[in-house]
Each structure stands twice: as structure tokens, then as C-alpha cells.
Design a binder for this molecule. Structure first.
Ligand SMILES: Cc1cc2nc3c(=O)[nH]c(=O)nc-3n(C[C@H](O)[C@H](O)[C@H](O)COP(=O)(O)OP(=O)(O)OC[C@H]3O[C@@H](n4cnc5c(N)ncnc54)[C@H](O)[C@@H]3O)c2cc1C
Length: 340
């Protein structure tokens, strides 16, 4: 099996943040066979492996990656089982996420519609249990197959094995960097109920007098909301929300509510989730520029690269933000973006 291993490839060209030094080795894989040949090659040379999808949730080091970066382009989508009410779709990990969601909408399948337009690949979706507008993939996740990047052995993970929580999973914790996710299966419904609870979605529906939107109408609304709030990485380099929304306990929330009466929160089973963007905005960062980096003018959760930024520029700003938020609210912000 012929695989084309390249050397000294600029990682900044493969991430939406446009940051990162050289990968010592780099390969694009388009099939399972190429993946196994690549894993063999790396293990023989004792090179470590990093799996790259669309590069939309990454902040690479300016020193690059001292090993082999595998750019995943293994594609394919099939219905593996269906009945009157449900359909199980298997999607290979190199497929673009929005292409999958588009397929579900075209076929009248409910469950993923609120996640339309999240950038990146299907294979990365379980890593941080991607989510948007009140839906997370754990709500419709069924099963996945992953390949151990040391041994090449396959392993299946059901919902419980993945241990999903808010922007988190087993693949970000104890199994971090250990598996290549090959395909993911989702259980979708033929007659689902749309999740319209998210405040931004409700606002637009009310403004337009729409009571029962169709799948298509809802995804169009979500596209408009996203366009109005999030910078397009092709125009302004970024990696989406840099921080997770912190979750605090009721006592801490009570103290903050007295001090900051207009503090926002969403209550879920884990506690009071506070919008990190609001905290950062209160500290005065929104729209500010610090050399080549800055905070997006419409959403304080997003760090942008105005051009030529290095990892150290981003990390300097990150430290500054964390410190200010800690001082003002006694909250520790945690990165959502994977920093390497
Ligand atoms: C403008 C913008 C908006 C965004 N909005 C959202 C949002 O609404 N909700 C949300 O949840 N996220 C959002 N994100 C973050 C990002 O889209 C998701 O995290 C996405 O899943 C990343 O996919 P990717 O293919 O680009 O992964 P990459 O950035 O390439 O990789 C991310 C991590 O996943 C690992 N990985 C990737 N593929 C595999 C695989 N096949 N097997 C094993 N590990 C793998 C990588 O090693 C890395 O650790 C946004 C990002 C941007 C730039």
C-alpha cells in the first residue's frame, strides 16, 4: 500500500486559527487501508501520531508537531438500519459535519438540525460532544468505531463508554490521543420534535411570527443567528469559542447575583452555567485588539487572529482574560480549544 508521507508541512495552513509551526511528517488518509499502513509506518519509525480533522478546534504550537500528523479524509455515509420511526446512519469520520446534517435535513430525519454549520469533521464530533442551540451530539449518538493508534486494533464505543458531558468525553480525558475515530453512528428520528428552547431561536421565531417551523426553516434561522454572531474563519481566523461556559454551584451564583444583578445563567443538572462571553465582556475585553490577536467585536468568547499571530500571542491574552475573570468573579475559565 502506497502512502505519501510529506515532511515539514506548515500546520498554520491546516487550522482555522492559521497558527502552528511545521509538522515533521504529514499524511492525508482516504481509506481504512491507508490508515493501517500509516499507523504501521509511524510505529516502525517510533513516531508519535496526531489526528487532524478540519483544524477548527486547535491551537498548535509555533514549534509545530514533532511526529506524524494524519489528516483524515476517510469519507462515506450509509443507513445501517431503519424502521418506521428511527434510522441509524453510519458516517465515516472524514466527512464534513455539515454535510451529514444537510443529508439528515434532506431526508426528513430529526436530531442534528440545531448543530448545522458547526465547522469540522464527523470524527471530531464525539471528542468534545459538539453542540449548539440546546442540542449536543450525545442526544442522538448511537455507537462509534475507533482504531488504537499504537496497535491498530478496532474498538467499539457505545454511549456509556464515551462518557459524554458538556464539551467533554472520554476522548478528551483518559483516552486522549489514543484512538483514531473511524466512523460514528447516530440514531435519528423520522418524526422528531424540534428543540426551539434556545433564547436566540425563540427570539427570531417570535419576531417572524413562526410557531411551528419546518426542519428547513429552523436550520435557516440557525444559519442566520450563527452568521450574525460568529466570525467566518475564512475572513477572520479563529477557532470558535475559546473557553467553555463555566459551571458554578448555587451558593457561588447567589453571591454573584447580589453583586451583578444582570448576570446570566442556564441551570442544568450540573449546576449554574454562566456564559463565559458575558464574563469576558464585563472585564472589558470585547472588541479589543492586542497586537496580532484580539477579542471578536460581536462575541467576547472568540479570540481572533488578525494576521501573523503566534501561539504565544494567543496564550498571553488567554492568561490575561483568565486572571481578570478570576479577580472579578472568582471563576476559573477552562479552554475549550485544544492547545498543543
Ligand atoms: C467559527 C467556529 C464556530 C464553532 N462553533 C461550534 C459550536 O457551535 N459548537 C461546538 O461544539 N464547536 C464549535 N466549534 C468548534 C469545532 O467546530 C468543533 O470542535 C469541531 O468538532 C472540530 O472539528 P475538526 O474536524 O475541525 O477537529 P480538529 O480541530 O481537527 O480536531 C479537534 C480535536 O479532535 C481530534 N480529532 C479530530 N478528528 C479525529 C478523529 N477522527 N479521531 C480521533 N480524534 C480526532 C483532534 O486530534 C483534536 O484533538 C466552532 C469552531 C469555529 C471555528
Amino acid at each position: 500500500m502506497d502512502i505519501k508521507i510529506l515532511e515539514n508541512i506548515k500546520l498554520s495552513d491546516y487550522t482555522t486559527f492559521k497558527i502552528g509551526g511545521l509538522a515533521k511528517y504529514f499524511v492525508v488518509v482516504k481509506s481504512e487501508e491507508e490508515l493501517f499502513a500509516t499507523i504501521n509506518w509511524a510505529n516502525k519509525k517510533d513516531e508519535k501520531i496526531f489526528v487532524l480533522g478540519g483544524g477548527s478546534n486547535l491551537l498548535f504550537s509555533d514549534d509545530g508537531y514533532d511526529g506524524l500528523v494524519i489528516k483524515n479524509e476517510i469519507k462515506g455515509l450509509e443507513i445501517v438500519s431503519e424502521n418506521e420511526s428511527e434510522v441509524i446512519v453510519r458516517v465515516y469520520s472524514g466527512e464534513i459535519w455539515s454535510k451529514l446534517v444537510y443529508f439528515t435535513i434532506e431526508n426528513g430525519l430529526y436530531g442534528l438540525e440545531n448543530t448545522f454549520y458547526i465547522p469540522g469533521t464527523v470524527g471530531a464530533s464525539p471528542i468534545q460532544n459538539i453542540g449548539a442551540y440546546g442540542t449536543e451530539i450525545k442526544d442522538v449518538f448511537y455507537n462509534l468505531k475507533a482504531v488504537d493508534i499504537k496497535t491498530g486494533e478496532g474498538r467499539f464505543f457505545n454511549l456509556e463508554d464515551c462518557n459524554f458531558s458538556y464539551r467533554d468525553s472520554v476522548f478528551k480525558k483518559e483516552l486522549k490521543g489514543k484512538y483514531f475515530i473511524l466512523w460514528v453512528e447516530f440514531k435519528l428520528s423520522r418524526s422528531g420534535k424540534l428543540n426551539l428552547n434556545y433564547p436566540d431561536v425563540q427570539r427570531v421565531l417570535e419576531e417572524r411570527g413562526i410557531k411551528e417551523p419546518s426542519l428547513r426553516e429552523l436550520t435557516e434561522i440557525i444559519r442566520e443567528i450563527r452568521d450574525s454572531k460568529l466570525p467566518n474563519p475564512a475572513v477572520l481566523a479563529n477557532a470558535g469559542s475559546f473557553f467553555k461556559n463555566p459551571i458554578i454551584n448555587p451558593e457561588h451564583f447567589k453571591v454573584l447575583k447580589e453583586k451583578f444583578p444582570d448576570i446570566k445563567s442556564f441551570v442544568d443538572e450540573q449546576g449554574f452555567k454562566i456564559p463565559a462571553g458575558w464574563l469576558i465582556e464585563q472585564c472589558g475585553f470585547k472588541g479589543k485588539t492586542f497586537g496580532p490577536v484580539g477579542i471578536y467585536e460581536k462575541q467576547a468568547l472568540i479570540i481572533v487572529n488578525h494576521g501573523g499571530a503566534k501561539q504565544k500571542d494567543v496564550l498571553g491574552l488567554v492568561e490575561n482574560i483568565k486572571q481578570e475573570v478570576k479577580n472579578r468573579f472568582d471563576i476559573d475559565l477552562e479552554e475549550e480549544v485544544n492547545v498543543l
